[in-house]
Design a protein around this ligand. Structure first.
Ligand SMILES: Nc1ncnc2c1ncn2[C@@H]1O[C@H](COP(=O)(O)OP(=O)(O)OP(=O)(O)O)[C@@H](O)[C@H]1O
Length: 253
């Protein structure tokens, strides 16, 4: 689905980040339209994760501005950004491994809805029903009682996706969501992500090394190299860009 025209949901302007004297991001400009699915690609070390971490509030920017729905959110903490509609997943699993799949998801709902959320019996039952329906949607309802430690890597990725959806984000940052997955389950997970994103009108910004997944899912692609935006366009435009092929697609990814 093509992005709807209008004010960008995310605007990054001149976003920079240094580690000591090393410039990991050298002033990145990027704007996402509400509802679009944007892939962020580029060689190892290009700055993709750093950019996601700065937008997600895990890292402070050294310079630049980030706006969410037109509001300056530069320097806000992750929990403040979550309240503004931003959700994210990480390269490393963030599930509670001893807790069951269902408990993990219920915990995510409770965190998302805040400490003031009153837990009457009726509320808890409604929450459990919501969790059940979401587990069903992401294809792991049959694993609800199993400890998160005891399910496959791919199913844990599905659980993490459900947990981030529990926060009802409008903008979702996914940093290599399919890392460590086989070809088939990689495509299945990203088809699920794309379907949920379209159904919920979610905006996606995802880092992905599998170029087939990128071309299949993304409305637009931003190519980064050496901490800068190197190119941006539709899948066809990026596929036809000789310079992009040279720096990225030709490098065996
Ligand atoms: N905490 C840190 N301290 C020092 N240097 C860092 C730190 N985090 C990232 N870097 C450096 O910044 C550069 C960009 O890293 P980043 O992880 O953002 O790249 P990437 O495009 O996500 O790469 P990959 O595809 O390999 O995940 C790399 O050279 C990396 O070594």
């Amino acid at each position: 689905m093509t992005a709807t025209a209008g004010r960008p949901i995310l605007e990054a302007e001149g976003v920079a980040r240094q580690f000591g004297r090393f410039v990991a991001l050298g002033g990145v400009d990027l704007a996402l339209e509400a509802g679009e699915k944007r892939a962020l690609i580029g060689p190892n070390g290009a700055g993709k994760s750093t950019f996601i971490n700065v937008v997600g509030g895990q890292l402070a920017a050294s310079a630049g501005t980030i706006r969410l729905d037109g509001r300056d959110v530069t320097g806000l903490q992750p929990h403040q950004l979550a309240r503004s509609g931003l959700g994210r997943t990480f390269q490393i699993s963030r599930t509670y491994r001893q807790m069951s799949v269902r408990e993990n998801l219920v915990a995510a709902y409770l965190v998302a809805r805040g400490h003031g959320y009153s837990l009457s019996r009726g509320r808890l039952r409604a929450l459990a029903a919501e969790a059940e329906a979401l587990l069903e949607r992401v294809g792991i309802a049959g694993l609800a009682e199993r400890p998160a430690d005891d399910i496959s890597h791919g199913d844990r990725k599905r659980l993490e996706f459900a947990m981030v959806l529990a926060g009802e984000p409008r903008l979702l940052l996914l940093d290599e969501p399919t890392a460590g997955m086989g070809l088939k389950e990689r495509h299945e997970l990203m088809d699920l992500v794309a379907e949920e994103a379209s159904g919920r009108g979610l905006t996606l910004l995802f880092v992905e090394h599998d170029i087939d997944v990128v071309f299949r899912i993304a409305d637009r692609i931003t190519v980064m190299a050496r901490g800068q935006v190197f190119a941006e366009g539709t899948a066809d435009e990026i596929a036809a860009d000789r310079e992009v092929q040279r720096i990225y697609l030709g490098e065996g990814h």
